[in-house]
Design a binder for this molecule. Sequence first.
Ligand code: HEC
Ligand code: HEC
Length: 359
Amino acid sequence: MGLFLTLGVLAPALWRLSFPLVLAVPSSTFTASSPVDVVLGKNERARFEQQLVRKAVAGRGYTWQEYVRWGRQLVESGQVSDPPEGAILSRPLSERYRCLHCHNVQREDVRLTVQDPETRERLIRQLGPTDPARLDSATLRLTTGTTLWGAVNRESFYNGHYARYRNQTLADGKPMNPFRLADAIQVCCRFCSGGRYPTEWELDALLAYHWELELRLRDLDFSAEELDNLLRSLNSGNLTETTSARAQIRRRLLTVSAATKGQVPVRCEGDTDFYADGSRIVGDAKRGRLVYESACAGCHGNVINSLSGKALLQDDRRFHHFIREGTERDGLYMPLFTLERLSRPQVADVRAYLRSLPR
Ligand code: HEC
Ligand code: HEC
């Protein structure tokens, strides 16, 4: 009884005590964990989230978490085990491809704004001994597409060499808007994945999952000191300081993922590739093994394309042609590797590795 009374008296007092403390911190206080979208004053996620939870699918509303879970399933396996409408197992987005065949979902570059496949390869080697070809969200691989991590923070899609995909149409027949992530996703589902357009709830789910992969201030490559200064400016309430801090943040973001087309060598001799610009690259079979497993094995030697290993090297030029030009068949195709995804030495290493395999 005594204890009950004491607590009963104390609780409101504690509440009153803590309340001014909470208020003293304005709601717009930024920390290293603040989402970049919020720090830049865009708040696109909040707007999308509000819209989404008000929507109904087959007469029922769903939570943000439910959309995120479906989105993750769509990215990882192409279908959803408990869809809001339709069959128990939703129809796959593509018969063969999953997003993970061509995209990572985690950080892939040591410095966000430096898209370097060789540093990426070193990172994969450091991450260690798991099967480098494993197609799960946890395995970082050398993929043809840019990571989906931070895609919501990019400002335009299908850039560089891929700008030619911008004339693709969406499900409603309209041309894609290269500044809208939702449009890029639709184009990728239909054309890159050789599948179908996502339905409305599927697209919403994919977008919700992409928002779970948004960047936070601490993900940008600022030193502790730079971050401190930025946070001081952002929390100063001063417009000039905030504006300059935001400009600095945008410079550390990968707002545009570059895509530079690579060349096919003019000649190959042994493990050496000769390029038209005079460069001469000697492959290293030992290094090539990991590159092959990480970049090629997910699609080769299985249901997507039965050829694998030595069988891919019937002809040196054909080998290079597929890597740098890909194929553009509607349906199942091999996407090319741009220089941001595979360097000349890496391609030489794969060829040397395949050459070293027994017949
Ligand atoms: C067969 C390979 C392949 C598959 C499968 C695939 N993509 Fe892509 N995707 C690409 C390529 C190549 C690009 C070109 C631009 C880039 O990412 O570098 C791209 C671009 C994108 C972009 C725009 C990225 C940017 O910054 O320009 C998004 C978003 C995207 N894909 C989402 C998805 C989603 C979601 C899925 C699964 C439903 C998927 N993709 C499946 C290959 C693929
Ligand atoms: C996203 C899936 C995917 C990835 C990744 C991929 N390929 Fe392919 N590859 C294919 C498909 C599908 C074909 C068949 C294309 C066709 O028939 O039009 C193919 C065909 C090829 C061919 C032509 C084989 C022949 O002679 O018919 C070569 C060579 C090749 N790939 C090499 C590679 C190498 C080397 C890598 C890694 C650096 C790689 N591929 C990565 C999907 C992929």
